[in-house]
Design a protein around this ligand. Structure first.
Ligand SMILES: *[C@@H]1O[C@H](CO)[C@@H](O)[C@H](O)[C@H]1NC(C)=O
Ligand SMILES: *[C@@H]1O[C@H](CO)[C@@H](O)[C@H](O)[C@H]1NC(C)=O
Ligand SMILES: *[C@@H]1O[C@H](CO)[C@@H](O)[C@H](O)[C@H]1NC(C)=O
Ligand SMILES: *[C@@H]1O[C@H](CO)[C@@H](O)[C@H](O)[C@H]1NC(C)=O
Ligand SMILES: *[C@@H]1O[C@H](CO)[C@@H](O)[C@H](O)[C@H]1NC(C)=O
Ligand SMILES: *[C@@H]1O[C@H](CO)[C@@H](O)[C@H](O)[C@H]1NC(C)=O
Length: 467
Protein backbone atom coordinates (compact mmCIF):
# COMPACT_ATOMS: atom_id res chain seq x y z
CA UNK A 1 0.00 0.00 0.00
CA UNK A 2 2.89 2.35 0.87
CA UNK A 3 3.55 3.82 -2.55
CA UNK A 4 -0.08 4.72 -3.34
CA UNK A 5 -0.67 6.41 -0.04
CA UNK A 6 2.64 8.20 -0.26
CA UNK A 7 1.82 9.57 -3.70
CA UNK A 8 -1.51 10.99 -2.60
CA UNK A 9 -0.05 12.57 0.48
CA UNK A 10 2.80 14.04 -1.51
CA UNK A 11 0.28 15.81 -3.74
CA UNK A 12 -1.53 17.28 -0.76
CA UNK A 13 1.74 18.47 0.66
CA UNK A 14 2.84 20.35 -2.46
CA UNK A 15 0.40 23.09 -1.45
CA UNK A 16 2.06 23.34 1.93
CA UNK A 17 5.53 23.39 0.42
CA UNK A 18 4.63 26.57 -1.43
CA UNK A 19 4.07 28.17 1.96
CA UNK A 20 7.68 27.49 2.81
CA UNK A 21 7.55 24.31 4.83
CA UNK A 22 10.00 21.59 3.91
CA UNK A 23 8.42 18.65 2.05
CA UNK A 24 6.95 15.66 3.91
CA UNK A 25 7.29 11.98 3.12
CA UNK A 26 5.05 9.42 4.78
CA UNK A 27 5.47 5.76 5.58
CA UNK A 28 3.15 3.29 7.29
CA UNK A 29 4.84 0.26 8.76
CA UNK A 30 3.18 -2.92 9.94
CA UNK A 31 5.70 -4.71 12.13
CA UNK A 32 5.00 -8.43 12.53
CA UNK A 33 6.73 -11.73 13.16
CA UNK A 34 7.12 -13.95 10.15
CA UNK A 35 9.04 -17.04 9.13
CA UNK A 36 12.32 -16.38 7.36
CA UNK A 37 15.09 -18.80 6.35
CA UNK A 38 18.16 -16.64 5.88
CA UNK A 39 20.53 -19.55 6.58
CA UNK A 40 18.33 -22.16 4.92
CA UNK A 41 16.52 -23.17 8.13
CA UNK A 42 13.18 -21.55 9.04
CA UNK A 43 13.26 -19.22 12.05
CA UNK A 44 11.18 -16.38 13.45
CA UNK A 45 12.03 -12.99 11.97
CA UNK A 46 10.78 -9.44 12.43
CA UNK A 47 9.20 -8.14 9.24
CA UNK A 48 8.12 -4.66 8.21
CA UNK A 49 5.21 -4.75 5.76
CA UNK A 50 6.12 -8.39 5.18
CA UNK A 51 9.72 -7.56 4.26
CA UNK A 52 13.08 -8.68 5.65
CA UNK A 53 15.19 -6.55 5.57
CA UNK A 54 12.63 -3.79 5.96
CA UNK A 55 11.68 -1.27 3.25
CA UNK A 56 14.04 1.62 2.61
CA UNK A 57 13.37 5.19 3.62
CA UNK A 58 14.14 7.26 0.56
CA UNK A 59 14.52 10.91 1.45
CA UNK A 60 16.07 14.17 0.34
CA UNK A 61 17.87 16.56 2.62
CA UNK A 62 15.43 18.71 4.64
CA UNK A 63 12.51 16.28 4.16
CA UNK A 64 10.18 15.76 7.08
CA UNK A 65 9.91 12.00 7.48
CA UNK A 66 6.76 10.65 9.11
CA UNK A 67 6.65 6.94 9.95
CA UNK A 68 3.49 5.49 11.50
CA UNK A 69 4.61 2.23 13.14
CA UNK A 70 2.04 -0.45 14.03
CA UNK A 71 3.55 -2.86 16.54
CA UNK A 72 2.07 -6.31 15.97
CA UNK A 73 4.80 -8.09 17.92
CA UNK A 74 4.19 -9.46 21.41
CA UNK A 75 6.83 -7.15 22.89
CA UNK A 76 7.33 -3.37 23.22
CA UNK A 77 9.19 -1.89 20.25
CA UNK A 78 11.24 1.19 19.34
CA UNK A 79 13.09 2.26 16.19
CA UNK A 80 16.15 4.44 15.88
CA UNK A 81 17.13 6.34 12.73
CA UNK A 82 20.80 5.64 13.00
CA UNK A 83 22.93 8.69 12.17
CA UNK A 84 19.99 11.03 11.68
CA UNK A 85 20.51 14.18 13.73
CA UNK A 86 17.58 14.89 16.03
CA UNK A 87 18.27 18.56 16.55
CA UNK A 88 14.96 19.49 18.07
CA UNK A 89 13.23 16.24 18.89
CA UNK A 90 15.60 13.96 20.72
CA UNK A 91 12.60 11.85 21.76
CA UNK A 92 12.31 10.75 18.12
CA UNK A 93 15.63 8.98 18.43
CA UNK A 94 13.92 5.76 19.49
CA UNK A 95 16.27 4.39 22.11
CA UNK A 96 15.14 3.43 25.59
CA UNK A 97 15.11 6.58 27.67
CA UNK A 98 14.23 9.01 24.90
CA UNK A 99 10.65 7.91 24.43
CA UNK A 100 8.03 5.39 25.53
CA UNK A 101 7.99 1.97 23.94
CA UNK A 102 5.37 1.29 21.31
CA UNK A 103 3.28 -1.27 23.17
CA UNK A 104 2.08 -4.44 21.40
CA UNK A 105 -1.09 -3.85 19.43
CA UNK A 106 -0.61 -0.07 19.33
CA UNK A 107 0.91 2.41 16.89
CA UNK A 108 3.13 5.45 17.25
CA UNK A 109 4.13 8.00 14.64
CA UNK A 110 7.75 9.10 14.44
CA UNK A 111 8.36 12.50 12.90
CA UNK A 112 11.88 13.72 12.22
CA UNK A 113 13.58 15.97 9.71
CA UNK A 114 16.67 14.82 7.81
CA UNK A 115 17.93 18.39 8.04
CA UNK A 116 21.12 19.38 6.23
CA UNK A 117 22.32 15.80 5.90
CA UNK A 118 23.20 13.52 3.00
CA UNK A 119 24.37 9.96 2.69
CA UNK A 120 23.64 6.33 3.53
CA UNK A 121 22.21 5.38 6.90
CA UNK A 122 19.97 2.68 8.33
CA UNK A 123 17.26 2.24 10.91
CA UNK A 124 16.82 -0.61 13.39
CA UNK A 125 14.81 -1.66 16.43
CA UNK A 126 16.76 -0.77 19.56
CA UNK A 127 15.40 -2.84 22.42
CA UNK A 128 15.11 -6.49 23.49
CA UNK A 129 17.68 -7.66 20.88
CA UNK A 130 15.03 -7.24 18.16
CA UNK A 131 17.81 -6.35 15.74
CA UNK A 132 18.91 -10.00 15.93
CA UNK A 133 15.59 -10.91 14.28
CA UNK A 134 15.31 -8.14 11.66
CA UNK A 135 13.41 -4.86 11.59
CA UNK A 136 16.34 -3.04 9.99
CA UNK A 137 16.57 -1.35 6.61
CA UNK A 138 18.31 1.36 4.62
CA UNK A 139 17.73 5.10 4.93
CA UNK A 140 19.16 7.25 2.17
CA UNK A 141 19.32 11.00 2.11
CA UNK A 142 19.87 12.62 -1.29
CA UNK A 143 21.25 16.08 -1.81
CA UNK A 144 18.63 18.58 -2.86
CA UNK A 145 18.60 19.16 -6.61
CA UNK A 146 20.25 22.58 -6.39
CA UNK A 147 23.30 21.22 -4.61
CA UNK A 148 26.06 19.76 -6.78
CA UNK A 149 27.21 16.24 -5.98
CA UNK A 150 30.90 15.52 -6.67
CA UNK A 151 30.30 12.63 -9.10
CA UNK A 152 28.00 11.96 -12.09
CA UNK A 153 24.56 10.43 -11.50
CA UNK A 154 24.94 6.65 -11.35
CA UNK A 155 22.87 4.36 -13.55
CA UNK A 156 21.09 3.02 -10.44
CA UNK A 157 21.50 2.61 -6.68
CA UNK A 158 21.71 -0.64 -4.76
CA UNK A 159 21.52 -1.35 -1.02
CA UNK A 160 23.93 -3.86 0.44
CA UNK A 161 22.77 -4.53 4.00
CA UNK A 162 25.31 -6.83 5.60
CA UNK A 163 25.53 -8.29 9.09
CA UNK A 164 26.37 -11.28 11.22
CA UNK A 165 23.38 -13.52 11.93
CA UNK A 166 22.27 -15.92 14.65
CA UNK A 167 20.10 -18.98 14.09
CA UNK A 168 18.74 -18.54 17.65
CA UNK A 169 15.72 -16.28 18.16
CA UNK A 170 16.15 -12.85 19.74
CA UNK A 171 14.31 -14.12 22.83
CA UNK A 172 16.73 -17.03 23.25
CA UNK A 173 19.72 -14.72 22.82
CA UNK A 174 18.25 -12.33 25.37
CA UNK A 175 17.69 -15.12 27.90
CA UNK A 176 21.32 -16.19 27.44
CA UNK A 177 22.50 -12.69 28.39
CA UNK A 178 20.01 -12.51 31.24
CA UNK A 179 21.41 -15.72 32.69
CA UNK A 180 24.94 -14.37 32.66
CA UNK A 181 26.15 -16.12 29.54
CA UNK A 182 27.29 -14.62 26.25
CA UNK A 183 25.35 -14.86 23.01
CA UNK A 184 28.28 -16.79 21.55
CA UNK A 185 29.35 -16.74 17.97
CA UNK A 186 27.00 -15.99 15.10
CA UNK A 187 26.00 -18.73 12.64
CA UNK A 188 26.46 -16.83 9.42
CA UNK A 189 26.76 -13.53 7.57
CA UNK A 190 23.87 -12.18 5.52
CA UNK A 191 23.75 -9.86 2.53
CA UNK A 192 20.28 -8.34 2.13
CA UNK A 193 18.77 -11.01 4.36
CA UNK A 194 20.33 -14.06 2.74
CA UNK A 195 23.51 -15.69 1.57
CA UNK A 196 24.10 -17.33 -1.81
CA UNK A 197 24.42 -21.11 -1.79
CA UNK A 198 26.77 -21.20 -4.77
CA UNK A 199 25.08 -24.30 -6.22
CA UNK A 200 23.80 -22.58 -9.35
CA UNK A 201 20.33 -21.97 -7.88
CA UNK A 202 21.02 -18.43 -6.64
CA UNK A 203 19.19 -15.51 -8.20
CA UNK A 204 21.21 -12.30 -8.56
CA UNK A 205 20.58 -9.55 -6.00
CA UNK A 206 21.15 -6.94 -8.71
CA UNK A 207 22.00 -6.59 -12.37
CA UNK A 208 24.40 -4.14 -14.00
CA UNK A 209 24.46 -2.93 -17.60
CA UNK A 210 27.90 -3.25 -19.18
CA UNK A 211 29.89 -0.02 -19.05
CA UNK A 212 27.57 1.67 -16.55
CA UNK A 213 28.43 2.89 -13.06
CA UNK A 214 26.30 2.01 -10.04
CA UNK A 215 26.08 3.36 -6.53
CA UNK A 216 26.22 0.76 -3.77
CA UNK A 217 25.23 1.75 -0.25
CA UNK A 218 26.83 -0.68 2.17
CA UNK A 219 25.82 -0.82 5.86
CA UNK A 220 26.75 -3.27 8.62
CA UNK A 221 23.56 -3.83 10.63
CA UNK A 222 24.90 -6.87 12.50
CA UNK A 223 25.13 -7.47 16.23
CA UNK A 224 28.85 -7.61 16.80
CA UNK A 225 31.22 -8.60 14.01
CA UNK A 226 33.19 -6.19 11.85
CA UNK A 227 32.93 -7.37 8.24
CA UNK A 228 35.18 -7.00 5.24
CA UNK A 229 33.15 -6.29 2.09
CA UNK A 230 34.38 -6.79 -1.46
CA UNK A 231 33.07 -7.42 -4.95
CA UNK A 232 34.81 -10.06 -7.04
CA UNK A 233 36.94 -8.34 -9.67
CA UNK A 234 35.43 -4.90 -9.07
CA UNK A 235 37.21 -2.12 -7.18
CA UNK A 236 35.00 0.33 -5.31
CA UNK A 237 35.37 4.10 -5.46
CA UNK A 238 34.45 5.51 -2.04
CA UNK A 239 32.38 8.71 -2.38
CA UNK A 240 30.70 9.19 0.99
CA UNK A 241 30.81 7.95 4.56
CA UNK A 242 29.48 9.23 7.88
CA UNK A 243 27.41 11.79 5.99
CA UNK A 244 30.31 13.53 4.25
CA UNK A 245 31.66 13.47 0.71
CA UNK A 246 35.18 12.10 0.82
CA UNK A 247 38.28 12.19 -1.34
CA UNK A 248 37.45 9.54 -3.92
CA UNK A 249 39.95 6.76 -3.33
CA UNK A 250 39.50 3.31 -4.83
CA UNK A 251 39.49 0.20 -2.62
CA UNK A 252 39.54 -3.54 -3.36
CA UNK A 253 37.69 -4.12 -0.09
CA UNK A 254 36.33 -2.15 2.85
CA UNK A 255 36.24 -2.99 6.54
CA UNK A 256 32.73 -2.13 7.69
CA UNK A 257 32.33 -2.08 11.45
CA UNK A 258 28.94 -2.53 13.10
CA UNK A 259 26.86 0.59 12.55
CA UNK A 260 28.97 1.96 9.71
CA UNK A 261 27.85 2.73 6.16
CA UNK A 262 29.83 3.48 3.02
CA UNK A 263 28.65 4.76 -0.35
CA UNK A 264 30.75 3.53 -3.28
CA UNK A 265 30.65 3.65 -7.07
CA UNK A 266 31.22 0.45 -9.04
CA UNK A 267 31.63 0.31 -12.82
CA UNK A 268 30.56 -2.78 -14.77
CA UNK A 269 33.64 -2.96 -16.98
CA UNK A 270 34.67 -6.59 -16.62
CA UNK A 271 33.80 -9.81 -18.51
CA UNK A 272 30.01 -10.05 -18.75
CA UNK A 273 29.03 -12.76 -16.23
CA UNK A 274 28.08 -13.17 -12.57
CA UNK A 275 30.24 -11.93 -9.70
CA UNK A 276 30.06 -12.53 -5.97
CA UNK A 277 29.56 -9.84 -3.38
CA UNK A 278 31.41 -11.10 -0.31
CA UNK A 279 31.15 -10.09 3.36
CA UNK A 280 33.32 -11.94 5.86
CA UNK A 281 34.07 -11.62 9.56
CA UNK A 282 37.15 -9.75 10.78
CA UNK A 283 39.12 -9.99 14.06
CA UNK A 284 37.34 -13.22 15.06
CA UNK A 285 38.69 -16.68 15.83
CA UNK A 286 36.00 -18.11 13.59
CA UNK A 287 35.52 -17.28 9.95
CA UNK A 288 32.06 -16.69 8.51
CA UNK A 289 31.29 -15.51 5.00
CA UNK A 290 28.11 -14.22 3.35
CA UNK A 291 27.71 -14.07 -0.41
CA UNK A 292 25.42 -12.47 -2.95
CA UNK A 293 25.44 -12.38 -6.74
CA UNK A 294 25.45 -9.48 -9.18
CA UNK A 295 24.85 -10.21 -12.85
CA UNK A 296 25.76 -8.31 -15.99
CA UNK A 297 22.61 -7.86 -18.09
CA UNK A 298 24.44 -9.40 -21.04
CA UNK A 299 26.06 -11.94 -18.72
CA UNK A 300 26.98 -15.43 -19.74
CA UNK A 301 28.29 -17.78 -17.08
CA UNK A 302 28.37 -18.20 -13.33
CA UNK A 303 30.55 -16.39 -10.82
CA UNK A 304 33.95 -17.90 -10.22
CA UNK A 305 33.88 -19.98 -7.02
CA UNK A 306 37.25 -18.48 -6.09
CA UNK A 307 36.41 -15.72 -3.62
CA UNK A 308 38.79 -12.79 -3.17
CA UNK A 309 40.52 -13.18 0.21
CA UNK A 310 39.90 -10.85 3.15
CA UNK A 311 42.79 -8.78 4.50
CA UNK A 312 44.44 -10.00 7.69
CA UNK A 313 45.14 -8.18 10.93
CA UNK A 314 44.30 -4.90 12.63
CA UNK A 315 46.97 -2.74 11.01
CA UNK A 316 45.36 -3.06 7.59
CA UNK A 317 42.07 -1.81 8.98
CA UNK A 318 43.61 1.14 10.83
CA UNK A 319 45.56 2.15 7.74
CA UNK A 320 42.44 1.99 5.63
CA UNK A 321 40.62 4.16 8.14
CA UNK A 322 43.46 6.72 8.00
CA UNK A 323 43.10 6.91 4.22
CA UNK A 324 39.56 8.33 4.49
CA UNK A 325 39.61 12.09 4.00
CA UNK A 326 36.78 14.54 3.75
CA UNK A 327 36.59 16.41 0.49
CA UNK A 328 36.58 19.88 1.95
CA UNK A 329 35.80 21.55 -1.37
CA UNK A 330 32.77 19.42 -2.27
CA UNK A 331 29.52 21.20 -1.59
CA UNK A 332 27.32 19.53 0.88
CA UNK A 333 23.69 19.55 1.82
CA UNK A 334 24.16 21.75 4.80
CA UNK A 335 25.39 25.18 5.81
CA UNK A 336 28.02 23.85 8.19
CA UNK A 337 28.83 20.36 7.00
CA UNK A 338 30.84 18.01 9.07
CA UNK A 339 34.30 18.49 7.72
CA UNK A 340 33.88 22.11 6.67
CA UNK A 341 36.20 23.08 9.50
CA UNK A 342 39.65 21.76 10.23
CA UNK A 343 39.68 19.35 13.13
CA UNK A 344 42.97 20.61 14.52
CA UNK A 345 41.57 24.14 14.88
CA UNK A 346 38.47 23.23 16.83
CA UNK A 347 38.51 24.47 20.41
CA UNK A 348 37.52 21.36 22.28
CA UNK A 349 35.26 22.29 25.17
CA UNK A 350 35.40 19.01 26.97
CA UNK A 351 37.02 15.59 26.74
CA UNK A 352 35.16 12.55 28.00
CA UNK A 353 37.03 9.29 28.25
CA UNK A 354 34.91 6.16 28.47
CA UNK A 355 36.32 2.75 29.32
CA UNK A 356 34.13 -0.33 28.98
CA UNK A 357 34.24 -3.38 31.21
CA UNK A 358 32.21 -6.54 31.47
CA UNK A 359 31.48 -8.58 34.57
CA UNK A 360 28.76 -10.55 36.24
CA UNK A 361 26.44 -8.71 38.59
CA UNK A 362 23.31 -10.20 40.14
CA UNK A 363 23.51 -13.24 37.88
CA UNK A 364 23.57 -11.22 34.66
CA UNK A 365 26.34 -10.37 32.28
CA UNK A 366 26.81 -6.65 32.80
CA UNK A 367 28.59 -4.27 30.46
CA UNK A 368 29.63 -1.03 32.11
CA UNK A 369 31.03 2.34 31.04
CA UNK A 370 33.34 4.00 33.57
CA UNK A 371 31.98 1.60 36.16
CA UNK A 372 28.27 2.21 35.55
CA UNK A 373 26.05 -0.32 33.85
CA UNK A 374 22.99 1.42 32.50
CA UNK A 375 19.52 0.34 33.52
CA UNK A 376 16.39 2.03 32.24
CA UNK A 377 14.24 3.90 34.67
CA UNK A 378 10.55 3.04 34.70
CA UNK A 379 9.86 6.52 33.37
CA UNK A 380 11.66 7.33 30.11
CA UNK A 381 14.41 9.77 31.03
CA UNK A 382 13.44 12.43 28.50
CA UNK A 383 9.89 12.31 29.76
CA UNK A 384 11.08 12.74 33.33
CA UNK A 385 13.03 15.82 32.23
CA UNK A 386 10.08 17.16 30.26
CA UNK A 387 7.80 16.96 33.27
CA UNK A 388 10.47 18.39 35.58
CA UNK A 389 10.80 15.25 37.72
CA UNK A 390 14.22 14.13 36.51
CA UNK A 391 15.59 14.23 40.07
CA UNK A 392 13.08 11.57 41.10
CA UNK A 393 14.03 9.22 38.26
CA UNK A 394 17.79 9.53 37.74
CA UNK A 395 20.93 11.47 38.64
CA UNK A 396 22.97 13.35 36.06
CA UNK A 397 26.68 12.68 35.64
CA UNK A 398 27.14 9.74 37.99
CA UNK A 399 30.17 8.95 35.88
CA UNK A 400 32.89 11.51 35.54
CA UNK A 401 34.73 12.48 32.38
CA UNK A 402 37.63 10.28 33.47
CA UNK A 403 37.25 6.59 34.26
CA UNK A 404 37.62 5.70 37.97
CA UNK A 405 40.74 3.85 39.10
CA UNK A 406 38.65 0.86 40.16
CA UNK A 407 36.71 -0.37 37.15
CA UNK A 408 35.72 -3.67 38.73
CA UNK A 409 33.07 -2.28 41.04
CA UNK A 410 29.96 -1.81 38.99
CA UNK A 411 27.01 0.43 39.81
CA UNK A 412 23.65 -0.28 38.19
CA UNK A 413 21.86 2.98 37.39
CA UNK A 414 20.49 5.07 34.55
CA UNK A 415 23.67 6.56 33.09
CA UNK A 416 23.04 10.12 31.91
CA UNK A 417 25.71 12.68 31.08
CA UNK A 418 24.58 16.20 30.26
CA UNK A 419 26.30 18.65 27.99
CA UNK A 420 26.05 22.24 26.88
CA UNK A 421 24.49 23.18 23.55
CA UNK A 422 26.93 24.09 20.73
CA UNK A 423 30.05 22.84 22.44
CA UNK A 424 32.63 20.58 20.84
CA UNK A 425 33.04 17.44 22.89
CA UNK A 426 35.76 14.94 22.25
CA UNK A 427 34.76 11.44 23.36
CA UNK A 428 37.38 8.74 23.68
CA UNK A 429 36.29 5.12 23.82
CA UNK A 430 38.96 2.88 25.24
CA UNK A 431 38.34 -0.83 25.01
CA UNK A 432 40.61 -2.94 27.22
CA UNK A 433 38.70 -6.11 26.26
CA UNK A 434 39.46 -8.78 23.72
CA UNK A 435 36.48 -8.25 21.44
CA UNK A 436 35.30 -5.30 19.37
CA UNK A 437 32.77 -2.98 21.02
CA UNK A 438 30.36 -0.85 19.05
CA UNK A 439 28.44 2.18 20.27
CA UNK A 440 25.35 3.82 18.87
CA UNK A 441 26.36 7.51 18.75
CA UNK A 442 23.13 8.98 17.64
CA UNK A 443 20.93 11.99 17.59
CA UNK A 444 23.51 14.72 17.24
CA UNK A 445 26.33 15.41 14.82
CA UNK A 446 28.95 12.91 15.83
CA UNK A 447 31.85 12.19 13.56
CA UNK A 448 34.66 9.73 13.83
CA UNK A 449 38.08 11.35 14.20
CA UNK A 450 40.52 8.51 14.72
CA UNK A 451 40.92 4.86 15.51
CA UNK A 452 44.17 4.01 17.23
CA UNK A 453 45.65 1.05 19.07
CA UNK A 454 46.69 1.25 22.71
CA UNK A 455 45.79 3.73 25.40
CA UNK A 456 44.76 7.26 24.60
CA UNK A 457 46.85 10.23 25.67
CA UNK A 458 46.39 13.89 24.70
CA UNK A 459 49.57 13.63 22.58
CA UNK A 460 47.67 11.30 20.25
CA UNK A 461 45.69 14.29 19.00
CA UNK A 462 48.73 15.31 16.97
CA UNK A 463 48.39 12.14 14.91
CA UNK A 464 44.80 12.80 13.93
CA UNK A 465 43.62 14.04 10.56
CA UNK A 466 45.90 16.89 9.47
CA UNK A 467 44.33 20.30 9.90
C1 LIG B 1 -0.43 -6.19 9.81
O1 LIG B 1 -0.17 -7.47 9.29
C2 LIG B 1 -0.93 -8.48 9.91
C3 LIG B 1 -0.44 -9.81 9.40
O2 LIG B 1 -0.37 -9.77 8.01
C4 LIG B 1 -2.41 -8.24 9.64
O3 LIG B 1 -3.19 -9.22 10.30
C5 LIG B 1 -2.79 -6.86 10.16
O4 LIG B 1 -4.12 -6.55 9.80
C6 LIG B 1 -1.88 -5.80 9.58
N1 LIG B 1 -2.16 -4.53 10.24
C7 LIG B 1 -2.16 -3.37 9.60
C8 LIG B 1 -2.42 -2.15 10.44
O5 LIG B 1 -2.00 -3.27 8.40
C1 LIG C 1 14.09 7.96 -4.26
O1 LIG C 1 14.16 9.37 -4.28
C2 LIG C 1 14.81 9.87 -5.42
C3 LIG C 1 14.98 11.37 -5.24
O2 LIG C 1 13.77 11.97 -4.93
C4 LIG C 1 14.01 9.51 -6.65
O3 LIG C 1 14.69 9.97 -7.80
C5 LIG C 1 13.87 7.99 -6.73
O4 LIG C 1 13.04 7.65 -7.80
C6 LIG C 1 13.30 7.44 -5.43
N1 LIG C 1 13.37 6.00 -5.50
C7 LIG C 1 12.42 5.20 -5.03
C8 LIG C 1 12.66 3.74 -5.16
O5 LIG C 1 11.41 5.63 -4.51
C1 LIG D 1 -2.22 5.49 14.69
O1 LIG D 1 -2.65 5.30 13.36
C2 LIG D 1 -3.79 6.07 13.04
C3 LIG D 1 -4.28 5.62 11.67
O2 LIG D 1 -3.30 5.80 10.70
C4 LIG D 1 -3.43 7.55 13.10
O3 LIG D 1 -4.55 8.34 12.79
C5 LIG D 1 -2.95 7.86 14.49
O4 LIG D 1 -2.50 9.20 14.55
C6 LIG D 1 -1.82 6.94 14.90
N1 LIG D 1 -1.51 7.15 16.30
C7 LIG D 1 -0.30 7.47 16.72
C8 LIG D 1 -0.15 7.65 18.19
O5 LIG D 1 0.63 7.64 15.96
C1 LIG E 1 36.22 17.21 -4.28
O1 LIG E 1 35.02 17.74 -4.76
C2 LIG E 1 35.23 18.65 -5.83
C3 LIG E 1 33.89 19.33 -6.12
O2 LIG E 1 32.95 18.43 -6.63
C4 LIG E 1 35.78 17.91 -7.02
O3 LIG E 1 35.98 18.79 -8.09
C5 LIG E 1 37.09 17.26 -6.61
O4 LIG E 1 37.56 16.46 -7.66
C6 LIG E 1 36.93 16.42 -5.37
N1 LIG E 1 38.24 16.04 -4.91
C7 LIG E 1 38.61 14.77 -4.69
C8 LIG E 1 40.04 14.60 -4.30
O5 LIG E 1 37.86 13.80 -4.77
C1 LIG F 1 39.47 29.01 19.29
O1 LIG F 1 39.82 29.90 20.33
C2 LIG F 1 40.72 30.91 19.90
C3 LIG F 1 41.14 31.69 21.14
O2 LIG F 1 40.01 32.03 21.90
C4 LIG F 1 40.03 31.78 18.85
O3 LIG F 1 40.93 32.77 18.40
C5 LIG F 1 39.63 30.90 17.68
O4 LIG F 1 38.90 31.65 16.74
C6 LIG F 1 38.77 29.73 18.16
N1 LIG F 1 38.57 28.83 17.04
C7 LIG F 1 37.37 28.41 16.64
C8 LIG F 1 37.35 27.48 15.47
O5 LIG F 1 36.34 28.74 17.19
C1 LIG G 1 24.15 19.20 34.27
O1 LIG G 1 23.56 18.69 35.41
C2 LIG G 1 23.91 19.38 36.62
C3 LIG G 1 23.32 18.61 37.75
O2 LIG G 1 21.94 18.55 37.63
C4 LIG G 1 23.39 20.79 36.55
O3 LIG G 1 23.74 21.47 37.72
C5 LIG G 1 24.01 21.44 35.38
O4 LIG G 1 23.46 22.72 35.21
C6 LIG G 1 23.79 20.64 34.12
N1 LIG G 1 24.61 21.18 33.12
C7 LIG G 1 24.19 21.37 31.91
C8 LIG G 1 25.24 21.88 30.99
O5 LIG G 1 23.06 21.13 31.53
Amino acid sequence: MGRGVMFMLMLCILGVAVMGEDPYIFYTWNVTYGTISPLGVPQQGILINGQFPGPEINSTSNNNVVVNVFNNLDEPLQFTWHGVQQRKNSWQDGVAGTSCHILPGTNYTYHFQVKDQIGSYFYYPTTALHRAAGGFGGLRIFSRLLIPVPYPDPEDEYWVIIGDWYAKSHKTLKSLLDSGRSIGRPNGVLINGKTAKGDGSDQPLYTMKPGKTYKYRICNVGLKDSLNFRIQGHPMKLVETEGSHVVQNTYDSLDVHVGQCYTVLVTADKDPKDYYLVASTRFTKYSLTGKGIIRYTNGVGPASPELPPAPVGWAWSLNQFRSFRWNLTASAARPNPRGSYHYGQINITRTIKLVNTVSKAQGKLRYAINGVSHVDGETPLKLAEYFGVADKVFKYNIISDEPPADLNTITLAPNVVNATFRTFIEIIFENPGKTVQSYNLDGYSFFLVAVEPGKWTPEKRKKLQPS
